[in-house]
Design a protein around this ligand. Structure first.
Ligand code: SF4
Length: 736
């Protein structure tokens, strides 16, 4: 049984916040099972006392009366009633086994939401559950935000988790695209207190450049904001590389030493017309040339791109182009550039060794889209449920996910899910997706279990290791998420990891009284990792025991120089000529030459400090105050559409038409409108009373599941064509 918190007594628990990628340290004062207060941990080696409002509100989720605490079964009429654990697990397994036996393993799909990456227990058994289901229909939040980054890393470096991280604390020039780190606090960049870190760049004489269609909160504190057309990032970055090629600024000997196929890439990029690229991204040629030379001339520089470029039309190409720019300017693997971490638990190496990493090893049935890191694009989910034939999805298992709100054309997906033969959700809440589940198996809240990071070591601005103990005791009739997943796996004939020899060994160990414990597995990975003690009694290396003696974490130092040390290809070279990337480049070259300018409005998303995707809107402190779910429109577009500030307009896309509240603002470039994501809680109002009283609308009612990025099938959530008009003027469209 995994470690639990004491049932009684006052104590302060030092704990990593697992709500977002920043991984800040919290001091949580507890009296028995009651959280008394939450404060920043000033001694945390990563965050040094920084927290955001979400971290402080973590106790509100603990206390939320709407959070489920026992398994629920959906009754006729759509209400839920409690059911016992054994009965629920047996029923779930029986229904899934039956559907699998009748229709094949791919008839059962798995969808995993973003919180899994903050949970070492669930992460460790997720592959086991997928293997036990035996399905290729595995989906996750990754294809809404990060699949282009994972696939690019897999193709270039041989591991999806070989991730170039901007060395923000030592760089003199940060070029930032599609990211708003003042609000996100870093994404694929674990670096709390980005405000302070970005200010420090400027204080040491450096420069911060934000490239974004909106003058974001980060753009407002930057030295320069470059407005860019949504989807134009690939053109912009390739044009910058083209400038360096043309001006003879490439470090040719380094490129020959660390890459494979650079000459081929250079020839292709050199052939792209700069005027075409400039027109495609709406950034003047002179600005592109100036920024390229500034980037090359700065003492140190890093290009960093994130979600805003991942989930647009050229997400993979733009991610590839980001790495090409860092290479072309000699910035990859250099201090102050884009560097690789040395994680205490080396998930990249583990996944490569276990053959769990890859790209395009199988494809979706209906649209032939590739998997990335084991998951198919979520934009396929509805069609895979609706299209008859062998492999049609008839049952769904979700873990901590709400795809009806977070995937494109969410209304269509909601309809498709409601018609499935069976659905089981492992989730804390009845939400817009789980309301369709036949069974909901709620895990104990994450603060009841210990925490060690398996994921963010690959993307941290400094190398850090930290262990967090459980904060509050688990209830007598509660189960951790990994226990629920494992119980399901075992009932389906599988084991914890999905790796057969390992599962057999773990099963044998269970027979002699040592069941699977994720913390033991994490300890094994830590002790055999880059800083591990390798079980040598005299070693000063890391183990969980050693981390427990350092309650605020251990700082393992700044990122280390070098590229080949984090390249997992056998030849240790960066494969810049990987065929899928070159094909994407060639296809883009044809499109950019022939593209005609259009006058459509393009819808982009928006992130806000107090919200975390779709799932923290039942916390009053995070949703009270001004209405956040408002469409931002440039004054010229508002005038053209005949709509006004503070009013309501009708917005129409190919899949949906509906009403939106309007704010007219020049923080957007003309031709772009912006709505935050994660809202649209009206359907969950009976079960989430706070969220239901601040429902907002879902941007993914308008996004289109039939339009995906071409390399990995990433959902296009930025740059969606819409029309705006007064409420009466636009006809209602179907969402089919
Ligand atoms: S930024 Fe906020 S939500 Fe994210 S880890 Fe820090 S305290 Fe938690």
């Amino acid at each position: 049984m995994s470690e639990t918190a004491p049932q009684s007594g006052n104590r302060t628990v030092h704990r990593t916040c697992t709500l977002c990628e920043a991984c800040c340290g919290l001091d949580i004062d507890v009296d028995g099972a009651k959280i008394v207060s939450v404060r920043p941990d000033h001694d945390d080696v990563r965050s040094h006392g920084f927290v955001c409002p979400k971290g402080i509100a973590i106790s509100a989720i603990h206390d939320d009366p709407d959070r489920l605490r026992q398994p629920m079964r959906r009754m006729p009429g759509g209400t839920f009633e409690p059911i016992g654990w054994d009965e629920a697990l047996d029923l779930a397994a029986e229904r899934l086994r039956g559907i699998r036996a009748e229709h094949g393993a791919n008839a059962v799909a798995l969808y995993t939401g973003n919180p899994v990456i903050h949970n070492h227990g669930a992460l460790l058994v997720r592959a086991g559950l997928t293997a036990a289901l035996g399905t290729k229909n595995s989906y996750s939040a990754g294809s809404q935000d990060t699949s282009p980054r994972f696939a690019t890393s897999n193709l270039l470096y041989g591991s999806s988790f070989a991730l170039p991280i901007p060395d923000v604390d030592r760089t003199d020039y940060l070029l930032c695209l599609g990211a708003n780190p003042l609000i996100s606090n870093g994404s694929v960049l674990t670096a709390p207190n980005m405000k302070k870190r970005l200010r420090a760049i400027r204080e040491r004489g450096g420069k911060l450049v934000i490239v974004d269609p909106r003058q974001t909160e980060t753009a407002r504190v930057a030295d320069e904001h470059v407005p860019i057309r949504p989807g134009g990032d690939a053109a912009f970055l390739l044009a910058m590389v083209g400038v360096l090629i043309e001006r003879g600024r490439l470090p040719h000997s380094t490129l020959a030493e660390v890459t494979r196929g650079w000459a081929d890439v250079e020839r292709r990029i050199g052939a792209l017309g700069r005027e075409d690229l400039s027109r495609s991204c709406d950034v003047p040629v002179a600005t592109i040339e100036r920024l390229a030379l500034e980037f090359a001339d700065a003492p140190t520089a890093a290009a960093y791109s994130r979600i805003g470029i991942c989930n647009n039309r050229y997400g993979t190409l733009a991610t590839y182009a980001t790495d090409l720019l860092n290479l072309a300017a000699g910035r990859l693997g250099k201090v102050g550039g884009a560097m690789f971490t040395t994680p205490a638990i080396d998930t990249a190496a583990f996944l490569v060794r276990a053959k769990q990493d890859g790209y395009a090893r199988w494809r979706s049935r209906v649209r032939d889209l590739p998997e990335t890191l084991g998951d198919l694009p979520s934009a396929c989910l509805a069609e895979e449920m609706e299209t008859p034939g062998p492999g049609q999805i008839r049952a769904l298992v979700t873990f901590a996910g709400n795809p009806v709100l977070t995937t494109p054309n969410g209304r269509r997906l909601g309809d498709a899910i409601s018609k499935l033969d069976f659905m089981v959700a492992i989730d804390l809440y009845v939400n817009e997706t789980t309301r369709h589940a036949d069974l909901i198996l709620p895990p104990a809240w994450t603060l009841t279990e210990p925490h060690i990071d398996l994921f963010f070591g690959a993307m941290s601005a400094r190398n850090i290791a930290r262990w967090s103990p459980p904060v509050v005791p688990i209830g007598p009739d509660e189960k951790h998420d990994w226990e629920i997943m494992l119980a399901l796996s075992e009932r389906l004939g599988g084991g914890p990891t999905g790796i057969r020899p390992l599962d057999r060994a773990l099963s044998a160990a269970k027979n002699i009284g040592q069941g699977f414990d994720p913390t033991h597995t994490a300890d094994l990975l830590l002790r055999t990792g880059p800083y591990g003690d390798w079980f040598l009694p005299w070693s000063k290396g890391l183990s969980v025991k050693k981390l427990k003696d350092a309650p605020h974490g251990i700082d393992l130092g700044p990122l280390e120089e070098g590229v080949s040390r984090r390249v997992f290809h056998r030849d240790k070279l960066v494969h810049v000529d990987a065929p899928p990337l070159l094909e994407a480049l060639d296809a883009f070259a044809g499109e950019v030459r022939t593209a005609a300018p259009d006058d459509q409005l393009l819808l982009i998303g928006r992130r806000e400090l107090r919200t975390c995707n779709s799932w923290m809107h039942n916390v009053e402190a995070l949703v009270s105050g001004r209405d956040r779910c408002i469409l931002y429109v440039h004054p010229e577009d508002a005038e053209r559409a005949g709509i006004f500030d503070g009013g309501v307009a009708r917005m129409e896309s190919r899949v949906h038409a509906g009403e939106v509240k309007i704010r007219v603002t020049d923080e957007l470039m003309p031709g772009v409108v912006s709505l935050p994501h994660g809202w649209g809680h009206a359907a969950a109002a009976p079960w989430q009373r706070v969220a239901g009283s601040h429902p907002g609308i879902s941007i993914n009612d308008w996004t289109d599941d039939q339009e995906v990025e071409s390399v990995v099938g990433q959902s296009i959530l930025n740059g969606v064509a819409v029309r705006l008009g007064p409420c009466a003027e636009i006809a209602v469209a179907s969402h089919a």
